[in-house]
Design a protein around this ligand. Structure first.
Ligand code: PMP
Length: 407
């Protein structure tokens, strides 16, 4: 053992470790967070918009007044109070008792990320296939790859997942696909939303094929004009797992998310979670419960929506005004991200060091495909930088692209 950064343990790792790769986003975080860099790379909500003093007071009181429970171990499924609160949050999107949602079938998780890992643990054997949008959420790729599953991407267009492409993928992977993983609303990273009509088609196709659906919905309430189409889970209860999180509507630092699972599966999810973490943080759960019970959380979501709509507009205007000819991009109606397609010949991954030198960061499209394709695209975040920084970031980025095109 040399004690250097060289990995002397390679021969000892379990097979599943071979599928683990560094997330490009995590690797970028260090440089992108330098103050001189305009970061369009992250996915951070603008938590400065929270009433931080009031949240601080609330957190202090939690220890002083409820410390004997909030600082104690809890149960694996998560507290009943929080699960009730979660049902209230889901009812905003039409997932309520009339669609079979109940606090009993909710499992509290450490962010949406643990929910993804639990679903992977429960359903994926090595070699199994997961169908997922192409591009898809990088953290989901990590969870599925750690389970040694293969991800088969399904194409999207401006209306979300393409039903005919889903049918083709199912036919091609006959018998090996365990579930469809989908982010139907304000997709990360593409920013597109599955239309109402396609939601029904996708559900019918999966039902006919006997394919489970894992619906990941962190962004559904962050709409900029009108409400998003109802979630898949609000339309169908059998075979649909609904995953969400407080990371984007309240605060990611608390790491609280959840799964609403078909009743028969809930017990297994709890067992799998207990094996991983014993129980979710009692303090974080108490914090979210108190927040939902005593603070204007619906207004907070509205305020996030307004801030992000303004920033989305700033990003779209800047792209329109500044990007070189041949660049195209999506026009999200909610969420945090725009997906840009570069002029022919540009490679977003190869260009990244030049972009960082020009003090702007984005996430290369390659992070969002299991096979590392997607170099002709990039993800741009608009939730964190204020409008003037967004414009400055796009100006720098356009400059780098013009230089690459001239090379
Ligand atoms: N799913 C999607 C689609 C996401 O974008 C994210 C966060 N970026 C997550 C899950 C995980 O969220 P959390 O912070 O709650 O773990």
């Amino acid at each position: 053992m040399t004690g250097t950064t060289q990995d002397d343990y390679t021969d000892r790792y379990a097979r599943r470790v071979r599928g683990m790769t560094t997330s490009e986003i995590r690797a970028l975080f260090a440089v992108a967070s330098r103050p001189e860099v305009v970061s369009l790379a992250g996915g951070s909500p603008y938590v400065a918009a929270l009433p931080l003093d009031a949240v601080g007071e609330m957190l202090g009181r939690l220890a002083a007044e409820e410390g004997t429970t909030s600082l104690q171990y809890g149960i694996g499924q998560g507290t009943a109070e929080l699960r009730e609160g979660i049902c209230e949050v889901m009812s905003l999107s039409g997932i309520d008792a009339s669609t079979g949602a109940s606090p009993d079938d909710v499992v509290v998780t450490v962010g949406g990320q643990q929910a993804l890992d639990l679903v992977a643990r429960l359903f994926l054997d090595p070699g199994d296939v997961v169908l997922a949008e192409g591009p898809t959420y990088v953290g989901a790729l990590g969870a599925f790859q750690a389970a040694q599953a293969q991800v088969r991407h399904v194409a999207m267009d401006a209306d979300g997942l393409i039903p005919a492409a889903l049918e083709a993928a199912i036919a091609e992977t006959a018998g090996r696909a365990k579930f469809l993983y989908t982010i139907p609303t304000y997709q990360n990273p593409a920013g597109v939303t599955l239309t109402d009509e396609r939601r029904e088609q996708v559900l019918d196709i999966c039902e006919r094929a006997g394919l489970l659906v894992v619906e990941d919905d962190p962004y559904g309430t962050l709409s900029f004009a009108g409400d998003a189409p109802r979630p898949l889970r609000a339309r169908r209860r059998d075979g649909v797992f609904y995953l969400s999180t407080f990371s984007k509507t309240f605060a990611p630092g608390l790491r609280v998310g959840w799964i609403l699972a078909p009743h028969a599966v809930r017990e297994k999810l709890v067992m799998a979670s207990e094996a991983q973490i014993l129980c979710p943080s009692a303090f974080a759960q108490a914090a979210v419960t108190k927040y939902l019970a005593t603070m204007p959380w619906r207004e907070q979501i509205k305020s996030y929506r307004e801030i992000y709509r303004e920033r989305r507009d700033a990003l779209l205007d800047a792209l329109e005004d500044l990007m070189p000819a041949g660049t195209t991009w999506t026009r999200p109606e909610g969420g945090l991200f725009v997906w840009a397609t570069l002029p022919d010949g540009l490679d977003s991954k190869a260009m990244m060091p030049r972009a960082i030198a020009a003090r702007v960061a984005y996430v290369p499209g390659t992070g969002f495909f299991a096979d590392g394709s997607g170099a002709g695209h990039m993800r741009l975040n608009f939730s964190f930088p204020p409008p003037d920084r967004i414009r400055e970031g796009v100006r720098r980025l356009a400059g780098v692209m013009e230089q690459e095109l001239a090379m």
